[in-house]
Design a protein around this ligand. Sequence first.
Ligand code: FES
Length: 293
Amino acid sequence: METQILPRETDELPRYGGHGSRPEETGKGLVVERFSHLVVGVTKLDVSEAWYRDVVGLDLLGRDLTAEPNPHSVLQTNTGQMVILVESKSFDRPPRNSRHQAFLMTPNAYRRAYERLQGMGMIISDTHEGHRALGNYSIDLMDPDGHRFQIQTYGPECHEYQPSDAGVVDCGPAERYKSGDVKPFKQGNFYLVRLREGFLALNRWCTHMNGIVVYQKAHWHFYCPYHYATYDRRGEPSPYPGNRAGGPLRLHPVTFSNEGHVLVDTSQVIERSAYEPGQAAVPPSGDPAQAVA
Ligand code: FES
């Protein structure tokens, strides 16, 4: 291929003037962000055209509007992108977990799409059902030829603290914990951490998007399986590029009973921007913990 003549330099988004543009989008053309068009191989054009029009809700612009030699339909999303269905008798059905397209929607658009699809009796599944962080939503759609589409959204609740109703949790005698100990408490959804300087009660909701963190003793850190954020035992995000953590893990206030038990008040939460030694609750005895790490 010969070297192309390249366009004049500019960072402006181009306007799309491709085949099938709507009349109101002619003239200067439509500014299309994200992808421009998607070509999908299908075996029965009539069936697929009806599915993309009636199930997905695309606008049908017409048939055989492009230079594609095979019979094809051109449809358009409400944000301007084209979906071109090209009929081919020798089309191989894609494997279940091969490439798929995912569309991120606003929560309201997602709700409308979900209700509409449900009302049409479409089978709605989610390949990661049961493994999504709170506030993350997604469903899969399979077209008549087995192409997989995913629609997803993130609700506002994925960034909000989710209180438990456990109230004050008695974690037992402070003297039972030695420096470096990390103990999970299912009731109240927190980890009690014994540092040299005192106790921290770390809430388990990941500060990225409300995954539930787990403690990985072999690595001395907390790990969120949803998008792989990690935090050290003070709840601070591990300092590596790309860590998704939105900030340190939240704290619950720690006090001590007259008998020397550690009490964690899960009805209160402390948001913080960084760890400071004053955040660790020191037992009344004031005894430094025996360091093991
Ligand atoms: S929810 Fe995304 S890393 Fe935890």
